[in-house]
Design a binder for this molecule. Structure first.
Ligand code: HEM
Length: 187
């Protein structure tokens, strides 16, 4: 049987690629303003979503280190005073069951892995160190691999009859991010 992680990755690959392509941070003209805008977009999404996830006790039972994974404080610190005018997400995924919430977290945790690639690019291009911090992109630092392993163990422990819910949670998260991004650029 395919692992839950592989199922989620395969089910969201097209969504990941299309989101990545439309985000200016992936483009060739990245500067401090683009980097700041990216973190502002992420903060607008993480802050309300993490409040929802924190209220899910069934999720915490399956992932006891849940709070360690929250990124709102890192994004706020990186943005400094600019965090007060961060974007607001236009849509959020349903994370009312623990399986759905693990699907949601798959997207947030996975983005942390992609963040390492972004950090290397920003360092190469001299955009960091600079006025905008890098704690979000640094993620878990030396414990990155261990945190991902623990998270994948929680994913694989999802009972077979709940796996479709996890898949729905991951898909909805990408869709909500995409929707929020497009809504903000129209304002
Ligand atoms: C906010 C937008 C993004 C979200 C939600 C997101 C989400 C994810 C997810 C869920 C994965 C894990 C896939 C898996 O291995 O199972 C991933 C991996 C990855 N993402 Fe993204 N991503 C985003 C933006 C980006 C951007 C802008 C880049 C460009 C640098 C990128 C590059 C990558 C790379 C290189 C990986 C593979 C990392 C690895 O396996 O170590 N992502 N991302």
């Amino acid at each position: 049987m395919q692992s839950v992680r592989d199922t989620l990755r395969a089910s969201t690959k097209a969504l990941h690629d299309s989101l990545e392509q439309c985000l200016p941070i992936s483009g060739d003209a990245v500067d401090v303003a683009v980097y700041r805008q990216h973190l502002s977009f992420l903060l607008g999404f993480h802050a309300p979503l993490e409040t929802r996830l924190a209220n899910n006790d069934a999720l915490r039972a399956r992932l006891p280190d849940l709070e360690l994974r929250f990124k709102t404080a890192l994004l706020t610190a990186d943005l400094g005073a600019d965090s007060e005018t961060a974007d607001r997400a236009m849509a959020l995924p349903d994370c009312s069951t623990s399986a759905r919430a693990l699907g949601v977290l798959y997207v947030l945790e996975g983005a942390s892995r992609g963040a390492a690639v972004l950090l290397r690019r920003l360092l190469r291009d001299g955009i960091v160190p600079g006025p905008v911090g890098t704690s979000y992109l640094e993620g878990y630092g030396a414990t990155q691999a261990a945190m991902w392993t623990t998270f994948c163990e929680a994913l694989e422990a999802i009972p077979p009859d709940e796996r479709d819910e996890a898949r729905a949670g991951a898909i909805e998260t990408f869709e909500a991010m995409s929707q929020s991004w497009h809504a903000r650029t129209r304002v």
